[in-house]
Design a protein around this ligand. Structure first.
Ligand code: CTP
Ligand code: CA
Length: 228
């Protein structure tokens, strides 16, 4: 993909990107998670690195090799992902949230494995809401001033354009990217809907690698000049 970028479209930029699911423990042997292969985020990380950006990839539990030249931070839970992102955000000029973050986590994770008690009773699980990583970064002073360009993703089961348009405003990000269904978990291809303040455009079905390159080109068009 390096050949796709001459001159290097993201030279001087520092990209921070989340990818994959999060895993929220119930006890040491169980948890809840989301469906996400991480492939789209890893493809964007690879394309951005090839385009000259310094890339930090905060990855939930996925079985994917780290793209060449990319710094990777592995995390499990949403709170760990938030902490990793917060530790890197001050250095970044672009933040892309592709992770499928679990919206809720068990309220009281048990330190010990929960055992069946033999009566057939089932444990009652209570949940609390996880922090919204994208919204918290998008509301930071650097994002608000335009020094950090934030991009959200959305996977919707229906009415993608309406939901993506509303989500872009709700999250306070300049660009929101929708996964055009049917759901492509684990697939090597995808189709994307880009929604910004000007309107929307579609990137037709293609390999996630090719879409990563196209998204980098779309980003480069929208970004302010690279910080010096
Ligand atoms: N996101 C995040 N932290 C969360 C939830 C979502 O950073 N706790 C990010 C995702 O990485 C994605 C965007 O926010 O870029 C939208 O995620 P999505 O799950 O579609 O939106 P939600 O606000 O969680 O709304 P809902 O799931 O109810 O549609
Ligand atoms: Ca969600």
């Amino acid at each position: 993909i390096a050949a796709c970028f001459a001159p290097k479209l993201l030279a001087g930029h520092r990209l921070l990107i989340t990818a994959g699911p999060t895993f929220e423990a119930i006890d040491p042997v169980r948890g809840i998670t989301n469906l996400s292969s991480g492939k789209m985020g890893f493809a964007i990380a690879a394309a951005a690195q090839a385009a000259g950006a310094a890339v930090t990839l905060v990855a939930g539990p996925v079985h994917l090799p780290t793209p060449r030249g990319v710094q990777r931070i592995n995390v499990q839970s949403a709170r760990q992902m938030l902490a990793a992102v917060q530790s890197q955000a001050d250095q970044a000029s672009i933040f892309i949230a592709t992770a499928a973050v679990a919206d809720w986590r068990p309220a009281n994770a048990s330190d010990q494995k929960i055992k069946k008690d033999g009566t057939g009773d089932v444990p009652a699980l209570a949940f609390v809401e996880n922090p919204d990583i994208l919204a918290s970064i998008a509301q930071s002073p650097r994002a608000q001033s335009g020094a950090l360009y934030c991009v959200g993703f959305a996977a919707e089961s229906h009415d993608l354009l309406q939901h993506a348009t509303a989500k872009r405003v709700r999250k306070g990000v300049p660009l929101l990217v929708g996964n055009i269904g049917p759901a492509t978990f684990g697939q090597d291809d995808n189709a994307l809907l880009l929604v910004d303040a000007q309107g929307h455009r579609e990137l037709p079905r293609a390999s996630k690698a090719a879409l990563g390159v196209q998204l980098v080109q779309e980003l480069a068009r929208r970004l302010p000049p690279a910080p010096r």
